[in-house]
Unconditional design. Structure first.
Length: 247
């Protein structure tokens, strides 16, 4: 019943390409990684192909810091016409700051999304986070910081942007059973000089272990950009079913 309710929640909530699920320092010591992929093929009344591939590598020294790199690409066509083309790279360093609950974060990110007219978006930022851990209830994270971004668009009408944004987030991760976990991450990112220009990102994930290191992931993403590129929608909604292999 709990799994059914979480799946229902995923359908009612809404890919935030900036979303990164937090990891607690010491949760998986040493080197580790993940390879994740999905594909969708339709033939008949609808001709559609979509492929995605992601890789994550991480090192955790088990006491004071963890660092990781994530790379993702998605490509798709419908009826012979390309309708999805985006890439994403994110590097982050997390170090204990005060006691076992506080840490600081430093991160770099680069992305491209042809169908939101973003040719390049590059950013760098830093912040602090608070980690509240309860064995029975899971892990809760609160983060606050800021980042500087540069955006260039594929259209001639959109001017290049240089912005400083506040970056606030809340994240929750819990093991439902021995083989099933649930996670939610939400971001709020307003411009420092104009809070009417903001981005919100939400991601919900249900991860089910199938066999040893092989997992099934069900995800729902919802992005809102208050000031998107000219002619683009403010909202993006994505549902993804994928397989991942942990190592």
């Amino acid at each position: 019943m709990r799994i059914f309710l979480l799946l229902l929640c995923m359908l009612t909530l809404s890919e935030a390409i900036v979303t990164v699920k937090p990891r607690a320092i010491g949760s998986k010591p040493g080197f580790s990684g993940r390879i994740e992929g999905s594909f969708q093929t339709k033939r008949g009344n609808t001709e559609k192909d979509e492929y995605s591939l992601g890789v994550k590598v991480q090192y955790d020294n088990n006491t004071t810091y963890t660092t990781f790199l994530t790379l993702t690409g998605v490509y798709g066509k419908a009826n012979g016409v390309k309708n999805t083309n985006k890439t994403y790279a994110h590097a982050r360093y997390i170090h204990t700051l005060y006691g076992e609950h506080w840490a600081y974060e430093i991160y770099l990110q680069s992305e491209m999304n042809e169908f939101t007219s973003v040719d390049k978006r590059r950013l760098g930022g830093a912040g602090v986070r608070y980690h509240l851990e309860e064995d029975a209830w899971g892990d809760l994270f609160f983060g606050i910081g800021a980042y500087y971004e540069g955006i260039s668009y594929t259209t001639a009408v959109d001017p290049n942007e240089r912005n400083t944004r506040v970056n606030g987030y809340i994240a929750y991760v819990v093991d439902i059973t021995k083989n099933t976990s649930f996670a939610y991450v939400g971001y709020y990112q307003p411009r420092v000089d104009d809070i009417r220009d903001f981005i919100t990102s939400n991601a919900v994930e249900l991860k089910i272990n199938i066999y040893k290191q092989l997992n099934l992931k069900l995800r729902v993403f919802y992005d809102y950009d208050a000031v998107p590129a000219i002619g683009r929608e403010k909202t993006d909604f994505t549902q993804i079913t994928s397989f991942s292999y942990d190592f």
